[in-house]
Write a protein that binds this ligand. Structure first.
Ligand code: PEP
Ligand code: MN
Length: 333
């Protein structure tokens, strides 16, 4: 249920109403807009008397919401959420470009790529330290050492770092990481999502391998309902009928997620296509679809990459891609 307050309601009256709603056993999500405050009531609202609430002089409107997701719902929070990562803003017209290798492999590799992508326009660095590999025999990531190398690359370049967490038990290792990525294989690892909800860290939440948009939003809801509103959604392709490509990039997810939710939406054309030469055209298409950012795999030596070399582009190609994306963003403004 949504309660929209009248403009200019004083804080004391607002707090009295919130306390009363909480006494009814409801969670209250408060969204302070530029003109009006919107209260999202979470929990069993079936016994709440909407007429009684609507009759209060500080209340503008009361609406019952049938959607299963509430915190992530645009109806509860009409304005775009802007997630802040250091000086970088994502959402509400702010574009982020996250670039870097699939996996951190060495100091030379990560620092070199970080410098190259920064020079080309990226404003965050990605790099996997804990890798979710299909085969247990494949490179599993440098783990804690990988995180240390990412921090070193951040020190050298000033780029905030984005890396995947697979297990809540590793959380302490991520204390100094700027954005925690939840990978497609863990989108519905609800215990992990609940733990991440108890942190204040920005979370880059990827769409599940065969996940629907509602499932993605419900996963965001797990994080947000536990107290962390810094969620960035990520479309990274889904399993469908692709034969030549790794996945199918669902670009219609971008405007649909923007309609349903106030959260920023980032697109990953690397995992979506699995093929380096498909990455630039799909990055440009994603920008045209109105995404709030991109996450792109860039490697200095894709042929020898320890993970996802086939879909990794070289720094010089990233620089060209970035220019095209900037031009497209300008054109569709
Ligand atoms: C990754 O970003 O390297 C990754 C494993 O992505 P996804 O979870 O989307 O497959
Ligand atoms: Mn990868």
């Amino acid at each position: 249920m949504i309660v929209v307050l009248k403009p200019g309601v004083n804080n004391e009256r607002q707090s009295q109403l919130i306390d009363w709603l909480k006494d009814l056993g409801l969670g209250v999500h408060i969204s302070e807009g530029a003109f009006q405050t919107v209260l999202g009531l979470i929990g069993d609202t079936s016994k709440v008397d909407t007429d009684l609430i609507a009759s209060l002089d500080i209340v503008d409107t009361v609406k019952r919401v049938t959607e299963t997701f509430k915190c992530a719902n645009r109806k509860f929070h009409p304005e775009d959420t802007v997630v802040e990562v250091g000086n970088v803003k994502i959402g509400g017209g702010n574009f982020c470009c996250i670039a870097g290798p699939c996996s951190v492999e060495s100091e030379e590799q990560i620092v070199g790529i970080a410098k190259a992508v920064k020079a080309a326009g990226a404003n965050m660095l990605r790099g996997g330290a804990f890798k979710p590999r299909t085969s247990p025999y494949d490179f599993q990531g440098l783990k804690a050492e990988g995180i240390e190398l990412l921090k070193l690359a951040r020190k050298e370049t000033g780029l905030p770092i984005v890396t995947e967490i697979m297990n809540a038990a590793d959380l302490d290792l991520f204390e100094d990481v700027d954005v925690l990525q939840v990978g497609a294989r863990n989108t519905q690892n609800f215990d992990l999502l609940k733990v991440l909800g108890q942190t204040k860290k920005p979370i880059l939440l990827k769409r599940g391998l065969a996940g629907t948009l509602k499932e993605l939003l419900m996963s965001a809801e797990y994080i947000m309902a536990n107290g962390n509103e810094n969620v960035i959604l990520c479309e990274r392709g889904i399993r469908s009928y692709s034969d030549y490509l790794r996945n199918t990039l669902d670009l219609s997810a971008v405007p649909m997620l923007h309609e349903l939710s106030h959260l920023p939406v980032v697109v990953d054309p690397s995992h979506a296509t699995g093929m380096a030469r498909m990455v630039p055209p799909m990055a440009v298409a994603a920008a045209a679809a109105g995404c709030d950012g991109l996450i792109i795999e860039v490697h200095n030596d894709p042929q020898h990459a320890l993970c996802d070399g086939a879909q990794s582009i070289k720094p010089e190609d990233f620089a060209k891609l970035y220019k095209k994306v900037a031009a497209v963003r300008e054109a569709v403004k």
